[in-house]
Ligand binder design. Structure first.
Ligand code: MV4
Length: 453
């Protein structure tokens, strides 16, 4: 097992990783920007090293500085968390060259799945269903027009280097396809330095259901069930739950088998996620693979009774997977992302939390780096806490969520606490009757309700 791990991240995930290291008797090194000097991840870790000014580009994203910190501290491995350098294949390669361990999949895997058009090809080769679309990068406007006509409208153009909703264009009719392709490709070239695009049939109101998978260095790959992630705003998830009300055991097995087949096809070694779109007729289609631990990993931890971060540390140091395959969800879990943002504009709301009271009691978990008097810096993402509730069934999880949100008191900044309370009151949500369009529909229902009252 590793003796000392450097955490190349900040916020709640840095704390989460330090806690896992503590339980495994691994020493920890925190890196931080000057804006994060007073952050909990720095005081929790055994050592702290300042790696630059507030801007992520000059600190958490500076490969040279993170590696220097690992060398100076004598860390034998780096855990990247999510975001920042977590899916940077070059970073993983440089660490390898320096003889420092990497708590993540092989660099080739990161690169291969980071190219979303290539990931689609790998899925096809592995026999995993994908939506009708292009197999090779789109070469010419002429080709795009022809292929879209074959597939039928609406279609969606996606940047190979994009992902997570970046660089996408929905095209409704043939009049728009040529110009949309050109502008989308130019935008992708500017944003990612890679203008290559692919095309898919567009589903108007699917569910976003993702599978947690895990692979070790001995050829074992398993899945740990799904997370229902349809409730998002501008491609930012707001609330995740497991199990999905849309899956029965038979569909869970088929989707899980597909996820494992894809992970095996790339000899996957680490925690990972296979994202699917699920249509209302029960058809599912591979969308993207995420080669990292995700924000919403606690949903799986709580519903399956496992510790995914400790497993990442064990597996990266060469141990065999300790999970058995065929784990089944126990009860129901919902995660609420508490963001520091304005309820109407959804703009970030940084500043000092003058009051913070956190709920507890049965079935409640909170992952946060926040504390009373903490000043949320304006430089990073706005998530300040995750509230995870568990119940014997979905009704009990919803009731616990409502009770815990009522006792989640934040003053000094705006948060998403009240938005979550309203979502829990929403009838379609309570019925489990929703798709990726949920938030648009919900906002309309709320506006109607406000007009009437
Ligand atoms: C799609 C889709 C429908 N059809 N692709 C969004 C994030 C990225 N992973 C891909 N995404 C989608 N791809 C096809 N062929 C629907 C989504 C999607 C979505 C789209 C618009 C608004 C919100 C969304 C939420 C989840 C998924």
């Amino acid at each position: 097992m590793f003796k000392k791990v450097l955490i190349a991240n900040r916020g709640e995930i840095a704390l989460r990783i330090i806690q896992a290291c503590r339980e495994l008797d691994i020493r920890t090194v925190a890196v931080h920007s000057t804006a994060d000097r007073d952050s909990l991840h720095v005081s929790y870790a055994d050592e702290g090293i300042c790696i630059g000014p507030p801007s992520s580009l000059e600190s958490y994203l500076k490969i040279g500085r993170v590696i220097a910190a690992a060398e100076i501290s004598g860390a034998d491995a780096v855990h990247p968390g999510y975001g920042f350098l977590a899916e940077n294949a070059h970073f993983a390669e440089v660490l390898e060259e320096c003889g420092i361990g990497w708590i993540g999949p092989r660099p080739e895997t990161i690169r291969s799945m980071g190219d979303k058009a290539n990931a689609r090809r790998v899925a096809i080769e592995a026999g995993v269903p994908v939506l009708p679309g292009s197999k090779d990068p789109l070469a010419s406007v002429h080709e795009v027009v022809g292929l879209a006509a074959e597939i039928g409208y609406p279609v969606i153009l996606k940047a190979s280097a994009g992902g997570g909703g970046r660089g996408m264009r929905i095209v409704e009719n043939p009049d728009e396809i040529a110009s949309q392709f050109s502008t989308a490709s130019e935008e992708a070239e500017r944003a990612f330095g890679d203008g290559s695009m692919y095309l898919e049939k567009y589903l108007r109101s699917p569910r976003h259901v993702e599978f947690q998978i895990f692979g070790d260095h001995h050829g074992n790959v398993i899945h740990l069930g799904e997370r229902e992630c349809s409730i998002q705003r501008r491609h930012q998830k707001l609330l995740e739950e497991s199990p999905s009300v849309a899956l029965d055991e038979e569909l869970r097995n088929r989707m899980g088998d597909a996820a494992v087949a894809l992970a095996k096809a790339v000899d996957y070694r680490n925690a990972g996620t296979i994202e699917f779109l699920l249509d209302d007729d029960g058809s599912f289609y591979f969308m993207e693979m995420n080669t990292r631990i995700q924000v919403e990993h606690p949903v799986t931890e709580e519903v399956m009774g496992v510790d995914l971060v400790k497993e990442q540390l064990r597996v990266a140091s060469g141990h065999k997977l300790s999970f058995r395959s065929g784990l089944r969800p126990r009860g129901h879990v919902i995660e609420f992302r508490i963001n520091a943002e304005h309820p109407e504009t959804f703009r970030p709301s940084p500043g000092k939390m003058t009051t913070l009271h956190l709920p507890g009691g049965p079935g409640v978990r909170i992952d946060t780096h926040a504390y009373e008097e903490y000043v949320i810096p304006p430089f990073y993402d706005s998530m300040i806490a995750k509230l995870i509730v568990r119940g014997a069934n979905r009704e009990e999880a919803i009731a616990r969520g409502r009770r815990a949100l009522d006792l989640f008191v934040v003053e000094g900044i705006h948060t998403t606490v009240d938005l979550h309370k309203k979502i829990l009151q929403d009838e379609p949500f309570q019925r489990g009757d929703f798709s990726t369009r949920f938030m648009e529909d919900f906002v309309k229902r709320q506006a109607e309700a406000n007009k009437r009252s």
